[in-house]
Design a protein around this ligand. Structure first.
Ligand code: ATP
Length: 379
């Protein structure tokens, strides 16, 4: 069951909620749609569910045109952020609902329905609660009922829209791990909407990063974090430092530094913007000819990670560095100390000549070359 989304567009008046979106979803995949509020995630999910329709583009399932198939016949299970359980029905009745309302010819027998609901309640760890009403359940339990209800009709595709958004942080973490197990155990194909990057990176096989109705990048969680394709993804996922740079004769200039570097082949001279993750900056107290001089402004520990903020006069900005907490203690890092900082690698987007915007088609990962004597090492 492969779902192909091809050049989908959806406008609301003049506003482009989806703009040329293409994506293929393979059987058994867990896909997270991740993006800020208003990026088009829910619109895409609603189109998959048959609750909304695109202005143009195609949606097929194994070659079959899904846009001609009504919502009830698409074989999708839906769970929303707000429980939307039937309040006047017990847990059992809620889960059985989708089966009981089927036309007689496709409706399982009473005994079969009871058996299926029992099994599902076990799966979502709610056995013994079949007789309760939604008001007698916690938020996390209600969402598990909503999930069991969505699964009762054995959907080909499970669609979840911020299903844990209304729950507290601890319950969210427990439920998302549980959901991932359930997805694997039941061989589901799942599309999960979230604006929480941690949730997306932990849960999904592939993450689809969306912004302003467009897909910025599709990749495994590792690819999305380690190799962001656009400035938006760098700024939206994880932390990064952004620096203005110049490329000249295959060298990278930033502040008062000129780095001999690998990775700039074929890039014409000009300005650019570089991104560097906090963990890709190396520190040493020794003044070195390669690297920016900086003053340690602030350091704090968060769990096992030390976050260091540096003032870098040559760049006219601060840089954020992360290193292991134990390492930072061994090095006795303190506010006010003088430090050399070197990027291990950076991602550079040359600016496009006409628009002055970062050109994502000329993205380069740049590795500065440091001689042995000029390599930042803590001695
Ligand atoms: P959130 O995380 O806030 O739910 P989202 O990424 O799911 O955001 P969508 O709900 O898909 O975003 O909305 C995308 C854009 O389309 C938003 O700017 C929204 O205001 C607009 N939009 C969505 N539905 C409609 C509608 N029925 N009429 C007009 N505009 C709409």
């Amino acid at each position: 069951m492969t779902i192909a989304i091809t050049h989908l567009a959806r406008r609301f008046a003049d506003f482009r909620a989806l703009d040329d979106v293409s994506l293929s979803i393979a059987p058994g995949e867990f896909i997270a749609l991740l993006g800020p509020s208003g990026s088009g995630k829910t619109t895409l999910l609603r189109i998959l569910a048959g609750l909304d329709f695109p202005d143009s583009g195609e949606l097929t399932q194994d070659g079959r045109d899904l846009l001609r198939v009504g919502a009830r016949d698409r074989g999708v299970g839906l769970v929303f952020q707000h429980y939307a359980l039937f309040r006047h029905m017990t847990v059992f009745e809620n889960v059985a609902f989708g089966l009981r309302v089927r036309p007689r010819a496709r409706r399982p027998s009473k005994a079969e329905i009871a058996d299926r609901v029992d099994k599902l309640l076990k799966r979502v760890q709610l056995e013994g609660m079949a007789g309760r009403y939604p008001s007698q359940l916690s938020g996390g339990q209600r969402q598990r009922v909503a999930l069991a209800r969505a699964l009762a009709t054995e959907p080909d595709l499970l669609l979840l829209d911020e299903p844990f958004g209304a729950l507290d942080a601890q319950v969210r973490v427990t439920l998302r791990r549980w959901l991932r197990h359930l997805h694997e155990e039941m061989n589901l194909t799942t599309v999960f909407v979230t604006h929480d990057q941690e949730e997306a990176l932990e849960l999904a096989d592939r993450v689809v990063v969306m912004s302003q109705g467009r897909i910025e990048q599709v990749g495994t969680p590792d690819e999305i974090y380690q190799q962001p394709a656009t400035p938006f993804v760098f700024e939206f996922i994880g932390k990064s430092n952004k620096l203005p740079v110049r490329i000249q004769n295959g060298r990278l200039h930033a502040g008062d530094q000129r780095f001999d570097a690998d990775g700039l082949d074929g890039i014409a001279d000009g300005s650019g913007v570089a991104y560097v993750r906090p963990e890709h900056l190396a520190l040493t107290p020794t003044p070195l000819e390669s690297g920016w001089r900086a003053t340690l402004r602030h350091i704090y520990l968060s769990g096992s990670v030390a976050h260091v903020e540096l003032d870098v006069p040559a760049l006219g900005q601060t840089l954020e560095v992360e290193l292991g907490g134990e390492e930072s203690q061994r090095r006795s890092l303190q506010s006010g100390m003088s430090i050399t900082v070197q990027p291990r690698h950076l991602t550079v987007f040359p600016l496009a000549g006409n628009s002055g915007e970062p050109d994502i088609t000329r993205r380069r990962v740049v590795h500065p070359r440091y001689g042995q004597a000029a390599l930042a090492r803590w001695r």
